[in-house]
Design a protein around this ligand. Structure first.
Ligand SMILES: NC(=O)c1ccc[n+]([C@@H]2O[C@H](COP(=O)([O-])OP(=O)(O)OC[C@H]3O[C@@H](n4cnc5c(N)ncnc54)[C@H](OP(=O)(O)O)[C@@H]3O)[C@@H](O)[C@H]2O)c1
Length: 335
């Protein structure tokens, strides 16, 4: 059964089992080659959604990052504006990525994060979303990464075209590059209705002080920052600032760009992880992040259809409390 929003309705673990059952062969073979149906006998489940403070609009708490995974520059693709997604038949890699986006949406995901810095990512996301008929259901977030007013405007205009998204849900100033210049454009575009929410992004812990200064100096709706179970610096000053200023918080590099999985390779998930409905290490890491009330949405990246389902399942079931979160960190530090 699905709820009014089309979200599957079953407790976390049963949901996973249903999906595994429906697509067992696909999972066994490592691929979702056939459409996954969600079953007709599911019980109610609440997928975690969090409000954007400035508007109260709720978004699902696990999104989809696209750096590297959706960037196919290394495969001699035509790059931005090359209509790579229109190839027929789709090369296998592209077919996998389309499947990632389809499954992400089918399992309740909406927030997609991209950037012109990510090669073909905006183009692929935009074309696949349109082809799948879900472009108006996704919550599209991208960034400006340029020097100067005119180059910034040209880049943002192109991003909107590539993502087939106007107005664009979120525009962030990537790594604060020429942020004073772009801030003026973003404020004007927001007033004119081209962009719904504006903000900044960074992923270096050493830049958190500067991020803090900029957030205090100007009026933003949202910021995106690095935070994971082994790098919790953002919760010292940036998360309290988000609470005080009413800012939404998106989390990038939630798996430390994959490093967390390398650390737990061959290590069994602690049995007590099921106390907050984490069945995999990915859910363990994501639920740690979502267990902080300041976090609006975590943005794990994957090019693997199985992994995107695994990640979105972190929105189902319980979350760790403060004591459990400390235990999670201690467990990782002891590895
Ligand atoms: N300054 C900025 O604005 C900034 C900077 C960095 C990142 N970001 C955003 O944040 C997003 C996430 O950061 P990230 O891409 O660095 O890395 P990440 O999400 O921390 O980690 C991605 C890695 O984890 C693996 N993975 C994902 N789900 C998994 C699962 N369920 N089980 C096992 N492995 C899994 C992926 O491999 P598979 O493909 O095999 O699943 C990939 O190697 C980016 O894509 C981007 O959108 C923004």
């Amino acid at each position: 059964m699905t709820d009014d929003n089309g979200f599957p309705t079953a407790p976390a673990r049963r949901w996973a089992m249903k999906i595994l059952g429906a697509a067992g062969a696909g999972f066994a073979g490592g691929l979702f080659s056939a459409p996954v149906t969600l079953g007709a006998d599911w019980e109610p489940v609440d997928l975690l959604q969090r409000p954007i403070p400035v508007s109260g609009e709720k978004v699902p708490a696990v999104g989809l990052g696209t750096a590297r995974t959706f960037s196919l520059d290394g495969l001699s693709m035509s790059g931005r504006r090359g209509s790579v997604a229109a190839a027929d038949p789709l090369p296998e890699t592209l077919s996998e990525l389309r499947n990632v986006l389809r499954l992400f949406h089918a399992h309740g995901g909406r927030v997609v994060d991209s950037s012109p810095m990510y090669g073909t990512a905006e183009e692929l996301v935009g074309d696949f979303a349109r082809e799948l008929g879900i472009e108006n259901e996704l919550f599209m977030s991208t960034k400006v990464w340029a020097d100067g007013r005119e180059p910034g405007i040209a880049q943002m205009t192109e991003s909107m075209e590539l993502l087939h998204s106007k107005p664009l849900d979120v525009m962030l100033i990537h790594n604060l590059r020429d942020w004073r210049t772009h801030y003026r454009t973003l404020r004007r575009w927001q007033e004119e209705g081209h962009i719904r929410y504006i903000g900044i992004s960074h992923s270096r812990t050493g830049a958190h002080d500067e991020v803090e200064r900029v957030l205090k100096a100007e009026r933003f709706d949202i910021f995106q920052i690095n935070y994971n179970i082994l790098d919790t610096n953002a919760d010292k000053r940036l998360f309290p600032l988000a609470r005080d200023k009413g800012l939404a918080v998106e989390i990038n590099e939630p798996f430390a760009s994959g490093d967390l999985f390398r650390r737990v390779k061959g290590i069994e998930l602690p049995a007590w992880a099921t106390d907050f409905d984490a069945d995999t290490w990915a859910q363990f890491f994501l639920k740690f992040i979502l267990g902080h009330p300041a976090v609006t949405c975590a943005l794990p990246a994957t090019g693997d259809p199985e992994h995107v389902v695994d990640n979105t399942l972190a929105m189902a079931g319980g979350l760790p409390d403060a004591g459990q979160r400390r235990r999670m960190v201690d467990t990782m530090l002891a590895l």
